[in-house]
Design a protein around this ligand. Structure first.
Ligand SMILES: [Zn+2]
Length: 315
């Protein structure tokens, strides 16, 4: 038997070294005016936030950087995507934020409420939360002019993808030269002078195998398409099929046919080194397509995320 080594606290260990608060886990990427922070490794943790849009796709282990985000869009219940949900809600309550909102497949609503109830028994109080069940096609308003829409993906368990859509009211072109009073007069006559313009900003496909979701306009037109790309080895195609995940061959075939300006690939297995993953994809797609691809965990391309060193200390 190995002797048990006792670690003595070192003097000065209580001092907070600011450098140690620079988060080495989360990465940050910018796609035009969309900022993404996150972390995603298959089977370990997936959490991907667009803080300025106030949404976080899956919650992983609830890192501090995503606590200020008001909406978690929980794609499915697998632990690596959902483990931190109770902690996220509880921490928000602790730091004085409004209760967090969780959009999730309808079948997960009752289990999540039960989870919070059990935590209430453990902690002595129940954390406030807004849990919203979503079916494919359902829509939820994030804020005025911004909605989250759910779509069906293909993961073998209750599961959804989400699209964040910018919804704008625009003046119809035929009325563009009219003066203000003329427009008011037209409105009074009951004439519809505006139309709705929808711009899908981000499509998050969650964990999924290839499927009908590739055909949805809101997925195809998103400025940023977030796709899982779990497996890369030639003999892992079967493994991908069994787990309703995508192999790099699937991803290559899908993105070659799409016009999205940006693809962000997440959920890469720890078995595959980043440079190997990039090389494998580069061999399967044209240079033009490859130029539109970013691997989330490609730290060479990412910025570092500064953690909030002023976060309150919990007793
Ligand atoms: Zn999963």
């Amino acid at each position: 038997m190995q002797p048990i080594t006792r670690l003595e606290p070192q003097s000065g260990s209580q001092q907070i070294d600011k450098a140690s608060h620079v988060n080495e886990r989360l990465v940050e990427h910018h796609f035009d005016d969309i900022r993404i922070i996150g972390y995603s490794v298959a089977g370990e943790e997936t959490v991907i936030a667009a803080p300025e849009l106030n949404v976080c796709f899956d919650i992983g282990k609830a890192p501090a950087e995503v606590l200020p985000v008001d909406h978690v869009l929980l794609s499915h219940g697998h632990m690596d995507h959902s483990a931190g949900i109770a902690y996220y809600l509880s921490q928000r309550n602790f730091i004085g934020n409004s209760p967090g909102t969780v959009l999730t497949p309808t079948r997960l609503v009752d289990p999540l409420k039960s989870l919070l109830h059990v935590w209430g028994q453990i902690e002595g109080h129940v954390t406030p939360a807004k849990i919203v069940g979503m079916l494919p096609g359902d829509e939820y308003q994030i804020r005025r002019g911004l909605v989250a829409r759910a779509f069906r993906n293909n993961h073998g368990v209750p599961s959804l993808g989400f699209v964040i859509v910018d919804v704008r009211r625009k003046l119809k072109p035929e009325f563009i030269d009219k003066s203000g009073p003329e427009l008011v007069a037209l409105k009074k006559q009951g004439i519809e002078i505006e139309y709705t313009l929808e711009v899908p900003l981000i499509a998050y496909c969650g964990d999924t195998a290839d499927g009908d979701w590739v055909q949805y306009d809101m997925v195809r037109q998103a400025k940023l398409l977030i796709l899982e790309c779990t497996f890369f080895e030639a003999d892992h195609v079967k493994r991908a099929r069994a787990g309703y995940h995508m192999h790099v061959k699937d991803v290559a075939k899908i993105i070659e046919r799409l016009d999205n300006p940006h693809f962000l690939l997440s959920h890469v297995t720890r078995r595959t080194a980043m440079r190997h993953a990039k090389r494998a994809l580069a061999k399967l797609v044209t240079a033009e397509t490859y130029d539109r691809v970013t691997f989330l965990m490609d730290r060479r391309k990412a910025r570092r995320v500064e953690a909030n060193v002023d976060a309150p200390v919990q007793d």
